[in-house]
Design a protein around this ligand. Structure first.
Ligand SMILES: O=C(O)C1=C[C@@H](OP(=O)(O)O)[C@@H](O)[C@H](O)C1
Ligand SMILES: C=C(OP(=O)(O)O)C(=O)O
Length: 402
């Protein structure tokens, strides 16, 4: 059975018979850009038109939450964020600014992912918060002023504040107490805000100045193809597939464009060290490439934040690739991978309810000797609902069990 996005069963396992891929593929619309453009467009008072907006679960979550935030009501709005960390963290300050807070719900691992940088600010500013089971209730008044927080837990907290603070009555500052990680995502935020007429002054280091009383303007924007998901197809190319990856903007604000120089680095001989502090989502495809870099060692460093994504991604990458026969050493904040010519395969691995882990397993399976079963393969719909369709259209071979 081919798995198309519109008929994807709630749960299914896939068994891949290893084969090289060949053909033309266009990655889905950028998830990060879609969140940002949707929120900015919804905060405007006029109509914006958004072209090439995809239908991944995470984008649908942001869409649904913005609609709920804009529906007038006396009570705190109910905001179902699905499994999307971006939706939850971007919208907590936005909900405070627009509606005096909200009741946030989520699934999977979402409500266990850290919110402490916000909570520390809320304690300081007298905003109430309570998390019971999988419901987080936040209520209070977001006031203009200084917001001091760490820059190395998640850049998503900073993006959330950057969206909300321009709406307040006075000027604000965001002051980071550590260096900023995932910087590329903040550049994307500043880029999106600018396109919707919002001014922010960033010193490029630890200080943002945000004038208050600003208004989001309307814009017509087309969403670019997603570099983070394109990275899986780059990984397939490095494993010997003949792919033409189309639709990507070579001048994009997406930080995961870094896949191109990292791909080139991995083609060279010798030990390679890849710093992923600015591009954490590239780790699964980079790890698949590293596992099949025959006879060479790759260190993937500054990756501590991978432990607080949809899964503990350092553990999940290690578990899945090792099960396939790769040689991976896991450390607290880095991986060391000794590449092989081929992997054995012939096993069942879990997708860990993490889209990037399931896609990594599918790419690594290309160079396995025996079939690979991936359980819970539907999790790709978080960011790339057409992934299995694209995989098959490129000559990928699989059967599907529901
Ligand atoms: O702002 C964004 O769109 C994102 C930021 C990154 O998170 P962190 O800043 O938490 O690393 C990234 O992992 C996530 O997939 C998307
Ligand atoms: C971590 C991710 O997304 P989010 O934080 O938005 O859940 C991701 O897409 O890999």
């Amino acid at each position: 059975m081919n798995v198309t996005a519109d008929m994807m069963p709630a749960h299914f396992d896939l068994t891949i018979t290893p084969a090289l891929l060949r053909g033309t593929v266009t990655p889905p619309p950028s998830k990060s850009q879609s969140h940002r453009v949707l929120i900015a467009a919804a905060l405007g008072t006029q109509v914006s038109r958004i072209g090439n907006l995809g239908h991944s679960e995470d984008i649908d979550a942001t869409r649904r939450c913005m609609a709920a935030l804009k529906t007038p009501g006396e009570e705190l709005p109910e905001l179902d964020c699905g499994e999307s960390g971006s939706t939850l963290r971007f919208l907590i300050p936005v909900a405070l600014a627009l509606r005096g807070g909200g009741r946030f719900t989520g699934r999977g691992r979402l409500m266990q992912r850290p919110q402490e940088p916000y909570f520390a600010l809320f304690r300081e500013k007298g905003i109430s918060y309570e998390q019971k089971d999988d419901v987080l209730t936040v209520a209070g008044t977001l006031t203009a002023g200084d917001y001091t927080l760490r820059g190395d837990v998640s850049s998503q907290f900073i993006t959330g504040l950057l969206y909300a603070l321009p709406l307040l009555n006075g000027d604000s500052r965001i002051l980071l107490t550590t260096d900023l990680e995932s910087r590329g995502y903040i550049d994307m935020t500043l880029d999106a805000l600018k396109q919707f007429g919002i001014q922010v002054e960033y010193d490029g280091d630890r200080t943002f100045r945000i004038p208050g009383k600003q208004h989001y303007q309307s814009r017509d924007i087309t969403i670019e193809a997603d570099w983070s998901n394109a990275a899986f197809w780059y990984a397939a190319v490095s494993l010997g597939c003949d792919l033409d990856i189309q639709g990507l903007n070579a001048y994009s604000a997406q930080g995961d464009m870094r896949i191109v120089p990292y791909f080139l680095k991995l083609q060279a001989k010798g030990r390679v060290e890849l710093d992923v502090s600015q591009c954490p989502d590239l780790v699964p495809p980079l790890a698949a490439m590293a596992a099949l870099r025959s006879g060479e060692t790759t260190a993937i460093v500054n990756a501590a934040r991978l432990r607080i994504k949809e899964s503990d991604r350092l553990a999940a990458v290690t578990e899945v690739l090792s099960a396939l026969g790769a040689q991976v050493e896991e450390f607290e904040d880095h991986l060391v991978i000794h590449g092989k010519e081929r992997l054995a395969g012939g096993v069942t691995v879990s997708g860990h309810n993490d889209h990037r882990i399931a896609m990594m397993a599918a790419i690594a399976a290309i160079r396995c000797d025996a079939a690979v079963t991936i359980t819970g393969a539907e999790c790709v719909k978080k960011s790339y609902p057409n992934f299995w369709e694209d995989y098959r259209s490129l000559g990928g071979n699989y059967t599907c069990d529901t």
